[in-house]
Design a protein around this ligand. Structure first.
Ligand SMILES: [Zn+2]
Length: 242
């Protein structure tokens, strides 16, 4: 019996915007730069031994949130999260039919009939990252997670939630009068629920449509940043091939 490895991580590339939470748009705060710069050592006039200098945040591209991201005083930090939350059994819940701007509800998840075991990594796939990541559209019309879905997920007592969209209510909405994007009043209620229950969030995965089995293994390892609230991660799903 063989195994099939599915890479579910976005490529980290040099980018000006829309590859991390839009702090400027939602909070009016400056958005940190993201840079991937090639660095070479010059030997006898030749450029040799390339490496890259990275200027990233812990919340860009495919990444993982630890509880301290929302629970600054008491939450577990990314270097303190037990490894069995990063490497775990996963259950896939398919929501590929969701259209831009739609939310996943608790009723949707219940109707999926997914066989979720206590302690699983719940994988919700919508295809939204593949369709719109890196663009304004991703935020403007995002497929998102309603409050009722957050409650349903919590009732299953998972160790982790993995996704390819916004694991929360949309942080911005279009103003009915001026058409501009404006912040919503309630800020990320589902993040508070999940991270307050010691779950981790494996965010902005890609290629989830390539998964063919309902139950898989998830390997999602973030950078081990001392005291960090999260970290960029390489996320891989392993399927038994039979
Ligand atoms: Zn995050």
């Amino acid at each position: 019996m063989g195994k099939r490895y599915i890479d579910c991580s976005l490529n980290i590339v040099d980018a000006d915007s829309w590859v991390q939470f839009p702090r400027k748009l939602v909070l009016g705060a400056p958005e940190p730069r993201i840079r991937v710069e090639q660095v070479h050592t010059t030997v006898n006039g030749r450029r040799m031994y390339p490496c890259c200098r990275l200027e990233l945040t812990t919340q860009c591209f495919t990444h993982i949130d630890a509880p301290v991201h929302f629970y600054v005083e008491s939450g577990r930090k990314i270097d303190e999260v037990p490894l069995d939350q990063f490497i775990n059994d996963g259950v896939v819940i398919d929501m590929m039919h969701k259209q831009p701007g739609e939310g996943v509800t608790g009723e949707d998840l219940e109707k999926s009939g997914a066989d979720v075991h206590r302690g699983d990594t719940i994988i919700i796939r919508t295809g939204w990252t593949d369709r719109a990541f890196g663009t304004r559209e991703f935020w403007e019309n995002m497929v998102h997670l309603e409050n009722s879905a957050g409650d349903w997920i919590l009732s299953k007592q998972p160790k982790a939630l993995m996704q390819d969209f916004m694991t929360d209510i949309a942080p911005v909405k279009k103003c009915e009068h001026c058409g501009q994007l404006i912040p919503v009043a309630e800020f990320s209620p589902n993040h508070y629920k999940f991270l307050g229950n010691d779950m981790i969030l494996i965010e902005w995965c890609t290629n989830l449509g390539a998964i063919t089995k309902p139950r898989v293994q998830v390997i999602a390892l973030p950078l081990k940043i001392k005291g960090g609230e999260g970290g960029p991660a390489r996320v891989v799903v392993v399927e038994e091939d039979q």
